[in-house]
Write a protein that binds this ligand. Sequence first.
Ligand code: SF4
Length: 334
Amino acid sequence: MTTTDVLEAARETVLDQGIGLDEVGVLACLRLPDERLPELLALAHDVRRRWCGDAVEVEGIVSAKTGGCPEDCHFCSQSGLFESPVRAAWLDIDGLVRAARETRETGATEFCIVAAVRGPDERLLDQVRAAIEAIRVDGNDVNVACSLGILTAEQVDRLAAMGVHRYNHNLETARSHFPAVVTTHSWEEREATLRLVRDAGMEVCCGGILGMGETVEQRAEFAAQLAAIEPHEVPMNFLDPRPGTPFAGLPVLSATDALRAIAAYRLALPRTVLRFAGGREITLGDLGTRDGLLGGINAVIVGNYLTTLGRAPGEDLALLEELRMPIKGLSASL
Ligand code: SF4
């Protein structure tokens, strides 16, 4: 297949018919030379507009429990097993309500409560239930999402009953690369939680981190594995090598490789909310944020990420206005 064929074929199947690229197609896009990158990004942008519309989903994220996690995800400064600078800390209900209010005030429709745990215990589930109740008492209609690690079927049902409408659980990387990234739990355990979440009727948010030493082939493998989950949303992170973690010494992904991946993942997932998550500042810088939004991304996080400071909310919202991309409303579906 020539490089021209790759994009021509993608235009027909993905843009015209809404059928995502398979692993082979994604790999061909990831192998396109830099000169073809603008063309690839333009096609991804067309696909995003055609199948998702112009609106951008804005989300806020807050950490209910930070640091001290018993797992050993090699990229994560919240693991209690590494010499990481992040110490264990809990946020109280008032703090969660305040964060939800500030999130909603930016125009965001999603508010995700995150905890650095293998899976939730009773204390954490109680805290989430109390927080959701308090957020509603506060008159806040924001959609509440959660990211609390690996779940049992019973925990999935409890979260659904609390009104959690979306659950984030990242597969992190290709199945074949996962053992080089995490040893304390398996890719299959993560996948099982995602299936339970979907069966319970909650929206599935599942993504990962690129730049963790995976090959380009594994990047394509991961795109196909994500597509098989049929997630509502895919957060795309790029490794920001944190001091004290086993991946501290890995090189940062180049901006061109990151943009190629964004566009290729959009072609694999034409209807999915594709979100810029962590690491985009270090990988892409300001210009890259714009390129990403014009190359397949249609969701952003406002405020700070979990352990590293993201851009100020105003900057992203101003950029959306400049690009004439409306913020998705609560009742609209992408
Ligand atoms: S990624 Fe999640 S499960 Fe893994 S160490 Fe970090 S907080 Fe724990």
